[in-house]
Design a protein around this ligand. Structure first.
Ligand SMILES: NC(=O)C1=CN([C@@H]2O[C@H](COP(=O)(O)OP(=O)(O)OC[C@H]3O[C@@H](n4cnc5c(N)ncnc54)[C@H](OP(=O)(O)O)[C@@H]3O)[C@@H](O)[C@H]2O)C=CC1
Ligand SMILES: O=C1CO[C@H](CO)[C@@H](O)[C@@H]1O
Length: 289
């Protein structure tokens, strides 16, 4: 299936496909099917994490599909329980092995749990060795980035944060833009739990464009210049979530403004300043522990 997904340039010149497939909460069978359908539909970008416990399944699905590695953009993340320099290198190597690859396109610190500066030091070295094409953070607010930059020699190229019409993060969006950090949106559809997809404003815009509510939300992200990683285990939805770049499909400034009015600071995930979450989550076991 032909697609024309735009690529966004990161601060170091590496380009990232603006739409990727998120694979959180997929078991191995779902990963096998969803990654296959995604690659068939024209996706070239997959977002996983060691925490999702499915890197191996992602690696296998890619291998089974038989696509040349150089056409793919693979992201994984380092979980909160690993903060030491040497452990970061070890975890990175485990992720590479599971993903069946010898480099990563993007490696992210999953959450700003205490001690992330040591992860970053290791990631900078891996980046300088050419083992990672781009390095970034996830769930970092501006003050976390400022803290990181006290010891960093390389600035993060991406910040992957929860964003959808009910949590627009406009101040952080502006900060990231000013600092040449690409805004990547997780739970771009609201994670399927906060019902942004059923919002009457979204539904009405969808009817006017003869598109689905999901496509309206995703197109809103695209026009804000974000990278998005919607997750689905259904073939039709996986296809629908990338059919956003038809010449005639453009939200007017009035429609963008209508969606802007929906911002209500409603999170589906944890607040990155929630110390209790960050502390507790450091004890979550990954498959390697
Ligand atoms: N860095 C971080 O801390 C985090 C990163 N992520 C990343 O972001 C990705 C996406 O976020 P996620 O939380 O999964 O949520 P999404 O916003 O992508 O929503 C996924 C939900 O929407 C449903 N859905 C998908 N497409 C459609 C459609 N076209 N129409 C109707 N419903 C649809 C899915 O159901 P179904 O599968 O049944 O189709 C699922 O219930 C994750 O998979 C992960 O890679 C997520 C959370 C945190
Ligand atoms: O990526 C993730 C998936 O969702 C989890 C919560 O349910 C998050 O903690 C994590 O960051």
């Amino acid at each position: 299936m032909a697609t024309n997904i735009p690529y966004i340039e990161l601060a170091n010149g590496v380009t990232i496909p603006q739409v990727g497939l998120g694979v959180f909460r997929m078991d191995d069978k779902e990963v096998a099917n969803s990654v296959k359908w995604a690659l068939e539909s024209g996706y070239r970008h997959i977002d996983t994490a060691s925490f999702y416990d499915n890197e191996e399944a992602v690696g296998k699905a890619i291998k089974d599909f038989g696509i040349d590695r150089k056409y793919l953009f693979i992201t994984t993340k380092i979980w909160n329980n690993i903060r030491r320099y040497d452990e970061t290198i070890e975890q990175f190597n485990r992720s590479l092995q599971k993903l069946n690859t010898d480099y990563l396109d993007l490696y992210l610190i999953h959450w700003p749990a205490a001690g992330f500066e040591e992860n970053w030091r290791a990631m900078e070295d891996l980046y300088k060795q050419g083992k990672i094409k781009a390095i970034g953070v996830s769930n970092f607010k501006a003050h976390h980035i400022e803290q990181l930059m006290k010891s960093a020699t390389i600035a993060p190229m991406v910040d992957q944060i929860e964003t959808h019409p009910y949590l627009q993060e406009n101040d952080l969006h502006k900060y990231l833009k000013e600092h040449h950090i690409v805004h990547e949106s997780w739970s771009p559809l609201g994670g399927g739990v906060n019902k942004v997809i059923d919002d009457p404003v979204i539904k009405e815009i969808a009817q006017n464009h003869q598109k689905s509510p999901a496509q309206i939300i995703l197109r809103w992200h695209i026009q804000r210049g974000e990278v998005i990683i919607p997750k689905s285990t259904h073939e039709k939805r996986i296809q629908e979530n990338i059919q956003l770049f038809n010449y005639h499909f453009h939200l007017s400034s009035e429609e963008m403004n209508q969606i802007a009015q929906l911002d209500s600071n409603k999170r589906v995930g944890a607040d990155p300043d929630d110390e209790k979450f960050l502390k507790d989550s450091t004890t979550y076991a990954t498959q390697n522990d």
